[in-house]
Design a binder for this molecule. Structure first.
Ligand SMILES: [Zn+2]
Length: 168
């Protein structure tokens, strides 16, 4: 009995703090109850999700289902799929958010501003008369829409005009 108790305690300690923090994007991929699921698209290669901390309404993260940390790790198939998915999501955003432009980009490595190691492409709609990109990089944000509401609107649109993973 005492031994069982000891074992359980060790297991508890392991779960609580002796492991490195799990990757939030892998948790989203695995539909973990520990994370808010704001994903709007999932296929076997990529997931697109509304950013929980958007710089602007409609700020999306597009990330591979594989935990990779560098764009040079993409397979040719992933590159093709990502190009098509990016075009699809830009078209979708133009209909839903009606932005005046976009910022698209990766931050690779923490000195470059990556707070999540798992490679992800930011797709940020830009609007007239808002903060400049320097302000965005400095961490200022203007949140005018609940990310849950953004995700709901995007999912609704995707259901009407689905992304095809078939080769085109
Ligand atoms: Zn990951």
């Amino acid at each position: 009995m005492a031994r069982d108790y000891f074992f359980s305690f060790e297991k508890y300690a392991y779960v609580k703090g002796k492991k490195p923090a799990p990757c939030i994007l892998c948790l989203i991929r695995d539909r973990s109850p520990e994370v808010v699921d704001l994903s709007v698209h999932r296929d076997e290669l990529f997931i697109a999700s509304v950013n929980l901390y958007p710089y602007n309404p409609g700020h999306l993260l597009i990330f591979p289902t594989r935990h990779i940390v560098d764009v040079r790790e993409f397979t040719p198939e992933e590159e093709r799929r990502l190009a098509r998915l990016t075009r699809y999501l830009l078209d979708l955003s133009e209909v839903i958010q009606r932005p005046a432009g976009f910022n698209l980009g990766y931050n690779m490595g923490s000195p470059a501003g990556a707070s999540i190691e798992h490679l992800h492409l930011h797709l940020i709609p830009r609007y007239p008369n808002e903060l400049g990109i320097a302000d965005l990089i400095a961490g200022k944000r203007v949140l005018v829409e609940d990310p849950q509401e953004t995700a709901r609107r995007i999912r609704e649109r995707i259901a009407q005009v689905p992304f095809s993973t078939a080769r085109s």
